[in-house]
Design a protein around this ligand. Sequence first.
Ligand code: ATP
Ligand code: MG
Length: 445
Amino acid sequence: MLISDGARRVIAALEAAGHEAYAVGGCVRDSLLGQTPKDWDICTNAPPSRVAAVFAGEKVINTGAKHGSVTVMLGAQPYEVTAFRIDGAYGDGRRPDSVAFGCSLREDLARRDFTCNAIAYNPSSGFTDPFGGAGDIKRKLLRCVGDPDCRFREDSLRILRALRFAATLGFAIAPDTALAMERCCGLAGNIARERVSTELNGLVMGEGLTELLTRHKRIMFEIIPPLSPADGFEQRNPYHIYDVYTHLLVSADAAPKDLTVRLTMLLHDIGKPACYTADENGRGHFHGHGAVGADMARDILRGLKYDNAAIKAICELILHHDAKINADAASVRRWLNKLGARRMRQLTAVRRADRMAQSALAREELPQVDALAQAIDNALAEGQCFSLKSLAVNGRDLEGIGIQPGKRMGEILTELLQKVMDGELPNEREALLAFAATRRSAGRQ
Ligand code: ATP
Ligand code: MG
């Protein structure tokens, strides 16, 4: 076990003051997996006031005294130090009605969600692992501490955490835990919305989503009800080999680990069931599903309290995921103007993942996606002009030839930009001013 110097110092200082202290939870799990922990959580029998006194020389933040936590800063590194506690009953299935302090390490470990998260480590006493967490980590198995039905009924957030850990750690869910998740899935709708989005973000960044979220689709439909019509919705179209829900999952698995892109894939065809029509040959079409899907996604993401920037990005990508985009230089400049470089790169990732989750016929179009990505890279590498910022003239230049600031000037600048993007004018000062001069007189007449 590799424990960080800072965590070792925190534990040593608490022990020197006569307390017990252990690293616990995600950091121990990640170390046993051979990964470097993101942060170190410490548990102790010292109450928060004692912890604060022991670290009187350091910055101590009162993060959650009610839950027994303080954060000790050693330099820039935070250490969350939490008193051993037993959680009381969960009246609302969200958080304990009460917490009791003054219990033992073993009792503190027993309140934790999964065996892999219920291991403590201390440099002198080694591991405390009463629930077989280390063995489960070795077997790559996610298992509830205690009776899974009770644990999910106590706190339904754990149902979603189970999916998140399974996907991010690459663990299988132990059969009794998986069955209990299904039995309790109706409770997933009760999880606080903000916490759903945190876990969902982790989940979609994981692996093996197709298998996991096919098995546990009912949980997904509880937290995102509009996904449910996609389940089993046959597309009756040579471009597709999966029903809509499966296609969403396969495309998410195929996407790079960019959160915006992954969330987009999970939702991108959500408008399809509502837009389905069949032609005289019985072939399915989904006209307008991008726009309908973007509207649906906006409602879903707002409901889950995503921030406006994330919502805007995802809805833009859904709206345009299926748009006809030519890879010629002028078309690429126009799209760059409309969506910006970052979004256009994400859009190519979305289109690639979408194709990868379709039929062999659809995958024949992958080279077109690559050509678009290449054209975007070229435009950016060459510093091609697709915004007013990079136009070779600005308002002051136009003023210099007698065009007064105002609406007309704005129109002329926009027209210059359009012509440059379309390749009708070079992005050169002289040529642009000469053209602007012709518009100046046109504007006067
Ligand atoms: P991550 O690497 O994602 O931070 P983590 O295991 O550290 O994973 P946290 O959410 O930071 O997860 O929680 C810290 C620890 O607190 C967990 O390892 C687990 O022992 C315990 N825990 C957190 N949430 C719950 C919960 N809802 N029910 C029971 N125990 C929980
Ligand atoms: Mg953590």
